[in-house]
Design a protein around this ligand. Structure first.
Ligand code: PEP
Ligand code: MN
Length: 342
């Protein structure tokens, strides 16, 4: 529920309400606006009537949150959340592009990709070290060696790193090197993993599961947030439908829906969303037009030689053309392409 304090509420009255809720086992989230303070409280709703909060001095209104997800909902927090990753802020006016190869393959491959995506305007670097592959016989990633290379590329370019954490066992090592944990589509409902990243202090890029509804996706975010970590970035990456021509069906309406239902930023991954590099630029442009806060794009120095996801990877040249197009589209929509800081 949300407790809306009156404009005149004193800090002592706010404290009293907070204390009362904490004593009753509620988790509190305080949001101090210019005009009034709002207290978000998550806990056993059966206890709410007996609390008689509306009778407490300074309380204007008590509003129940109807959605099954609470912390992630717009009802809980109306203003958009901005997730800070080092000097980057995702969810504000600026559009951020996370780019890099599907998998870290070698020092040369990663460094070349990193420098080229930075030059073209990407503000975060992606790359998988632990890869969730459909077949056990395909390249599984370089593991910790890949993480070290990502850290090196991050240092050379100044770009924050986004990389996938596949399981609880590898979480500590991924934590050492990454700036953002990516939770892959296949792990969206790995609740124990969600809770564990929720106990950390690093932002989490949460991909939508291939067959997850928007509500299930937001409930996955809720697992992370209710474990204490509110720094969640949602990522639409396509869902499984009857269509075979594309790898997945990129659900751009989910971007608008998620932004309507939640205050969390939403980025779009047109690479996995389509599986075809030719479709990545148009779907990127459409994603920005639909209101996405950013993109996640696979870029490989030589896609035809890629060890994973070559067919959906852009060359650095095509990526650069796309970034130019986006910088012309963003202002029309009242947004700006973010610029990388040194
Ligand atoms: C990836 O980003 O390389 C990846 C494996 O994505 P997804 O979990 O969306 O399939
Ligand atoms: Mn990939």
């Amino acid at each position: 529920m949300i407790i809306v304090m009156s404009r005149e509420a004193t800090s002592e009255q706010i404290e009293n309400v907070k204390d009362r809720l904490v004593k009753e086992g509620f988790n509190i989230h305080l949001s101090k606006g210019v005009v009034r303070t709002i207290i978000g409280a998550i806990g056993d709703k059966k206890r709410i009537p007996s609390l008689a909060l509306e009778a407490m001095p300074g309380v204007e209104r008590v509003v129940p949150i109807l959605q099954p997800y609470k912390l992630a909902s717009r009802e809980f927090k109306d203003e958009p959340s901005i997730i800070k990753v080092r000097n980057v802020e995702i969810g504000g006016e600026n559009i951020h592009v996370i780019a890099g190869p599907c998998a870290v393959e070698s020092r040369e491959q990663l460094l070349e990709a990193a420098h080229k995506v930075k030059e073209a305007g990407a503000t975060l670097l992606r790359g998988g070290a632990f890869k969730p592959r459909t077949s056990p016989y395909t390249f599984q990633g370089l593991g910790e060696e890949g993480l070290k290379l990502l850290a090196l590329a991050g240092e050379e370019t100044g770009l924050p790193i986004v990389t996938e954490v596949m399981d609880i066992q590898s979480l500590p090592v991924v934590y050492e090197y990454t700036d953002v944990f990516q939770i892959g589509a296949r792990n969206m409902q790995n609740f124990n993993l969600l809770k564990k990243v929720g106990e950390t202090d690093k932002p989490v890029l949460l991909k939508r599961g291939p067959s997850a509804t928007i509500e299930e996706w937001l409930l996955a975010a809720e697992y992370i947030m209710s474990s204490g970590n509110h720094q969640v970035i949602l990522c639409e990456r396509g869902i499984r439908t009857f269509e075979q021509f594309t790898r997945n069906t990129l659900d751009l309406s989910a971007v608008c829906a998620a932004k309507m239902l939640s205050h969390l930023p939403v980025v779009v991954d047109p690479s996995h969303g389509t599986g075809k590099w030719q479709l990545v630029p148009p779907m990127s442009r459409a994603a920005i037009a639909a209101g996405a806060d950013g993109l996640l794009v696979e870029v490989h120095p030589n896609p035809s030689e890629a060890l994973s996801d070559g067919p959906q990877s852009l060359t650095p040249e095509n990526f650069s053309i796309l970034m130019n197009e986006l910088s012309r589209i963003a202002p029309v929509l009242g947004r700006k392409m973010a610029v990388a800081h040194e």
